[in-house]
Design a protein around this ligand. Structure first.
Ligand SMILES: [Zn+2]
Ligand SMILES: [Zn+2]
Length: 481
């Protein structure tokens, strides 16, 4: 395929040198882009269209007058709008669903690369990690490697919070790189991408790895190994041999159909999808039960200690306290008598407003009694917080002792030694999966493998009860419950 294209290019006397086309193949293989995302001068770009290297495809297709965006798969009428198009001097529809990645408008095509494909290197010994996997981790790692070697279509890895799933991926990724495959690890949140990148760079120090998320430094996505938010997959088509989808049950992957759509499109037809989850949703549990989806289960944390089981604390006056942005009294009482006051404290609340306002009240309350060093010893963080990355890093480096947060930190982010409190655990933002994930933040380190988890509530919910049930069930399966 490579040679044939070069011949064509030579025949048409294009001014593209071999080296150029080679470089272009790495830039554009496996991508699906708007013209504005292809940073080439118009003349050069047109040559590539004429020679068939770039193929335009309609960006919005209409089926029975129903539009469908070809980038994100959106077919919901209410998520299209019309604007007067300056190029064509008439109104044209565009997709509102994926607008944050640049506007897809019906009169501008998307371009996919049909030129020479990038040739990904085979690496003899790509892994520089010298750690040891536990027996459970090794079993899962072997199964993952097997799926990659045999080009199995998909496999789900169900591993409890703290099982060490990142390390379990190392042998499979090693195999993939030895076979010259291209890999993508997609995860719902930018925080997690930022946390994973240095870990993989350390474990695969000779491999070029790029991180893609809104506002990331790496933008051209030319690496053999990509770590990206699931949203970034909207720019890919038939790009990856191995697609690892982290936190398959998490919002937004679970709630936004355009993300599975993009994930399925970004993988080649013979590629392998590996789903990771600690808390599979009903849909996947049913597929596992009916053997439609192969899976491997890792019920035990890597350090061998059980998952902390949440304790419920009933607070009858919770509503009134929260209306005044006050923490429940039971929480303050518990906080002041914690068994391990040296542990950092992670406090979950249901809303951003509450996180902000309660922080102020808590600082006053706790400073007075000497439970905080100073005004900066307790910090709040939430999704729209510009300093989120910095605050999370500071907390990890133990520069402060308490962090009050929304569900944004429910998963993916690891702190070595924390107690966890959920204020208003009965709020519906805390579904079963969220509560299991939140509880899973505690006891992550072998040096401090336990941790207290408290759910403060004014009435048990089904989600709370199910979360505890499923944590206990996993401890039992792991032989530690
Ligand atoms: Zn779209
Ligand atoms: Zn137009």
């Amino acid at each position: 395929m490579f040679d044939q294209h070069l011949l064509q290019l030579n025949d048409s006397h294009l001014h593209i040198k071999f080296a150029d086309i080679d470089e272009l193949s790495y830039l554009f293989s496996g991508k699906l882009l708007l013209r504005s995302e292809i940073h080439l001068v118009e003349e050069h770009f047109q040559e590539l269209v004429t020679s068939g290297c770039f193929t335009p495809i309609p960006s919005i297709k209409k089926k029975f007058f129903q539009p469908q965006c070809q980038r994100c798969g959106n077919a919901e009428r209410s998520l299209f709008a019309a604007i007067p198009c300056q190029t064509c001097n008439k109104p044209h529809i565009y997709c509102r669903k994926c607008i944050e990645m640049g506007r897809v408008i019906e009169c501008e095509p998307l371009y996919c690369w049909n030129g020479p494909m990038a040739k990904w290197q085979r690496h003899e010994s790509p892994c520089s990690w010298d750690g040891q996997l536990t027996v459970d981790q090794q079993r899962a790692a072997d199964r993952i490697s097997q799926a990659i070697i045999k080009n199995e279509k998909e496999i789900l890895v169900w591993a409890v919070c703290g099982a060490g799933k990142t390390e379990m991926l190392f042998p499979g990724i090693t195999k993939a790189l030895q076979l010259g495959k291209r890999i993508c690890l997609a995860t719902p949140r930018a925080d997690v991408v930022r946390e994973l990148l240095p870990r993989f760079q350390q474990a695969f120090s000779k491999i070029s790895i790029q991180a893609l998320y809104g506002g990331s430094e790496d933008r051209d996505a030319t690496a053999q190994f990509i770590i990206a938010t699931t949203h970034q997959l909207l720019r890919f088509q038939h790009a990856f041999d191995v697609m690892i989808i982290d936190e398959i049950d998490a919002f937004p992957y679970h709630a936004d159909p355009s993300l599975p759509f993009a994930a399925n499109r970004s993988i080649i037809s013979t590629g392998t999808k590996i789903y990771l989850t600690a808390t599979p949703r009903q849909k996947h549990r049913m597929k596992i039960a009916s053997k439609k989806l192969p899976h491997i289960f890792v019920p035990l944390r890597f350090h061998g200690y059980p998952l902390p089981v949440p304790v419920f604390k009933m607070c009858p006056a919770l509503r009134k306290d929260l209306e005044k942005n006050l923490p429940p009294m039971a929480f303050i009482r518990w906080l002041k008598k914690r068994e391990h006051p040296d542990r950092q404290l992670l406090i979950f609340v249901p809303t951003i407003a509450l996180a902000e306002k309660m922080k102020a009240k808590l600082i006053v309350l706790l400073l007075k009694d000497g439970f905080l060093k100073d005004d900066f010893d307790l910090v709040s963080v939430h999704a729209s917080d510009q300093d989120r990355e910095e605050k999370v890093n500071h907390f990890r480096q133990k520069k402060m002792s308490m962090l009050i947060t929304t569900t944004i930190l429910e998963r993916g982010v690891t702190f070595p030694s924390v107690d966890v409190a959920v204020l208003d655990a009965g709020n519906r933002v805390f579904d079963e999966a969220a509560l299991v994930q939140i509880a899973g933040r505690a006891g992550r380190s072998p040096k401090d493998p336990t941790g207290e988890v408290l759910f403060f509530h004014d009435g048990k919910t089904e989600a709370m009860v199910q979360a505890v049930k499923s944590i206990k069930a996993m401890n039992k399966r792991g032989g530690v419950g």
